[in-house]
Structure formats: structure tokens, C-alpha cells
Design a protein. Structure first.
Length: 150
């Protein structure tokens, strides 16, 4: 895949993650969405469910990883890319590392709780990361959500 094709694919899948974030927002959840793609096919999609499930671990990434593992029939996601609208937290980065996700693509950075600040070595050593894909759109959802709460 050429660099231009990869950028186009990343934006396409991030839009799918943004759609999940919109579902979270509509449900009163912090608007974070995620999709897992394996060999050009979406194998899971998820959004935050922490309020719905009363579970602080029910982040979009955790839900997407679990669903992808169930779909693919194994705990390792070595041929998969995780797209998520906001930079993963340290907890999610740990799960991404244990699942051996090959690539992470995120939208908006999280300067307060993002893994790059709190746990920069949590991902698997072979995992590649692309940040800033549709960052403005991803950040705008978060800002709108929290502005409405204040």
C-alpha cells in the first residue's frame, strides 16, 4: 500500500471510529470510539461504556480488543490495527501491548492521561503508532461533550 493509500485508509477507518464516538456521546458516555481492522476488514467496533456498565475499565479500546479477539478466535491481534479517536490511556495501552496489536492509529492526543506521558513503553515493541489522524474532529467531539457538562 502506498503512503497516500494508507493515509486515505486511516482516515476512512477513523471516520468509523468517530461514528462509534458519536454513539457514545448520544448515550451520555465520554465520546471515544474504536475499531479494529484485520487485513482490510473491520472485525470489531466499540465505544466507551463506562457509565452504562458501571465499569471504569469499559473503555472503547478494551471493548474493541475483546470483541476482535472473540471474532478472530484468539487473544493476539498481531495482524490488526486499532483505530481510536483519542490517544489510549495507560490501562488501554497495556491491553494493546498484551494483545500484541501491530499498529495503533489515534486521533486527538490526551496530554493529561495519554499513554505517551504515563506509560510510553506499554505497547508491544513491534507496534507502530500513527497519531493525529482527523485530530481536530476527534478533539471537537470531546470539547463539545465536556462543554455541555459544565
Amino acid at each position: 500500500m502506498t503512503e497516500e493509500e494508507q493515509i486515505k485508509a486511516d482516515e476512512q477507518y477513523m471516520r468509523r471510529a468517530l461514528a462509534e464516538a458519536g454513539l457514545a456521546m448520544a448515550a451520555g458516555e465520554i465520546p471515544v470510539g474504536a475499531v479494529v481492522v484485520c487485513r482490510g476488514r473491520i472485525v470489531s467496533r466499540a465505544h466507551n461504556l463506562t457509565e452504562t456498565l458501571c465499569d471504569v475499565t469499559a473503555h472503547a479500546e478494551m471493548q474493541a480488543i475483546t470483541a476482535a479477539a472473540n471474532t478472530l478466535g484468539g487473544k493476539y491481534l498481531t495482524d490488526c490495527t486499532l483505530y481510536v479517536t483519542v490517544e489510549p490511556c495507560a490501562m488501554c495501552a497495556g491491553a494493546i501491548g498484551w494483545a500484541q496489536v501491530s499498529r495503533v492509529v489515534y486521533g486527538a492526543s490526551d496530554e493529561k492521561r495519554g499513554y505517551t506521558l504515563l506509560a510510553p513503553r506499554a505497547l508491544h515493541p513491534k507496534c507502530s503508532v500513527t497519531g493525529g489522524v482527523l485530530a481536530e474532529e476527534c478533539a471537537r467531539l470531546m470539547k463539545e461533550f465536556f462543554a455541555a457538562r459544565r
